[in-house]
Design a protein around this ligand. Structure first.
Ligand code: PEP
Ligand code: MN
Length: 360
């Protein structure tokens, strides 16, 4: 993708002195709801109003969106507040309607990005548009699929582009609705530093209490913007109620966030440092998550051993693990001394867990 700088012109043209903020409800529900939220967001840092009109639901039977009717409400909200508007398009018919109602920014959802066929159809329908198109990451953690979608749009002569990081689904339940897998977005940022990168903390979190932390991490990693689901009465929202916040909470979050700017040399240094520190924090959290998962498996082994009345300490098996890990560590540039110390501590914790189960 040449002319990369061109992709972010739309964002630079906003001339904002803070990251771009896109806010608004998960779904447009009624005209009053859309207008109410738009007016509450009007004089905040939010420049763009979001609302889903066609809602892709993983399971049928949930609210599937109001359909094209909602486009009129978005248009009215734009006229009344001056905010730009954005909605999700998932097929060429959506594209035609969104363009007809002058939606400013179109986004491609996570369930669409996984399908190169549909992305190509959307790219063809949008060919040469001067609207901005944002591509959410695919539901599965696959950077090529994400980039592939951006490339299809770029090839269709769509100049104003950006990506939205909304996390990746995983079979195993964690504290997130969708695992952030920050390293994937960081890799994308390293490959295409000029492609605007926006965080959607709402769909990563699935709950409102960790939205702030996710936003701060994104700013520490020099993201260009945030897309936050915002509703005047979140608990009553027709979709994604648990993760939505009020416009007032959004304003407070924007006040509390530390925004890092690139100005002086020392600030650039600080910037680099906080970016790297954020990466360390992410890795540390992943370590804790992984260790906890390992201990849970260990608990299960404890239960099996208890049922069979087998001893906790299985020296032969343990020596095998240790030997393998030393070799594995060596290949990853980790010293034998470190691996031995680390795994002895892990083993000890495992034994403690299993003994608790034996005695329980
Ligand atoms: C949304 O933004 O409301 C949405 C459906 O998002 P995603 O495609 O990330 O699931
Ligand atoms: Mn949603």
């Amino acid at each position: 993708m040449e002319n990369k700088k061109e992709m972010r012109k739309w964002l630079d043209d906003f001339g904002l002195d803070h990251p771009l903020v896109i806010a608004g409800p998960c779904s447009a529900e009624t005209e009053e709801q859309v207008l109410k939220i738009a007016h509450q967001l009007k004089d905040t840092d939010a420049t763009v109003l979001r609302a889903g009109i066609w809602k892709p639901r993983t399971r049928p039977g949930n609210f599937e969106g109001v359909g094209s009717l909602g486009l009129k409400w978005l248009k009215k909200a734009k006229e009344e507040t001056g905010m730009l508007t954005t909605t999700e398009v998932a097929n060429p018919a959506h594209v035609d309607l969104a363009l007809e109602y002058d939606v400013d920014i179109l986004w491609i959802g996570a369930r669409t990005t996984v399908s190169p066929f549909i992305v190509q159809e959307i790219a063809d329908a949008l060919k040469g548009t001067d609207k901005t198109v944002l591509v959410k990451n695919p539901v599965n953690p696959d950077l090529s699929l994400w980039l592939g979608a951006v490339e299809r749009l770029h090839t269709a002569d769509i100049k104003n582009l950006g990506v939205i990081h909304r996390g990746f689904s995983a079979y195993e339940k964690t504290k997130y609705r969708n695992n952030p897998e920050w390293q994937i977005a960081i890799e994308l940022q390293n490959k295409f530093p000029d492609l605007p990168l926006i965080l959607d903390p709402s769909h990563i979190a699935g709950r409102r209490d960790i939205i702030f932390d996710l936003c701060q991490t994104a700013l520490d990693l020099n993201y260009d913007g945030l897309m936050v689901e915002t509703h005047h009465t979140p608990d009553d929202a027709w979709s994604d109620a648990a993760q939505q916040i009020t416009p007032a909470t959004l304003v407070q979050i924007m006040k509390d966030l530390k925004i890092r700017k690139e100005i002086s040399e020392s600030e650039e240094f600080q910037n680099k440092l906080s970016n790297l520190r954020a990466q360390i924090d992410i890795a540390d959290n992943q370590l804790i998550e992984l260790l906890s998962r390992r201990m849970k498996v260990s608990d299960e082994i404890g239960k099996v051993k208890k049922a069979q009345n087998v001893s906790v300490l299985q020296t032969k098996r343990w020596n095998e693990i240790l030997g393998n890990m030393v070799l594995e560590g060596e290949q990853h540039g980790l010293s034998e001394e470190f691996i031995l110390r680390l795994f002895k501590a892990v083993h000890q914790e495992s034994i403690n867990h299993q003994e608790k189960i034996m005695k329980g």
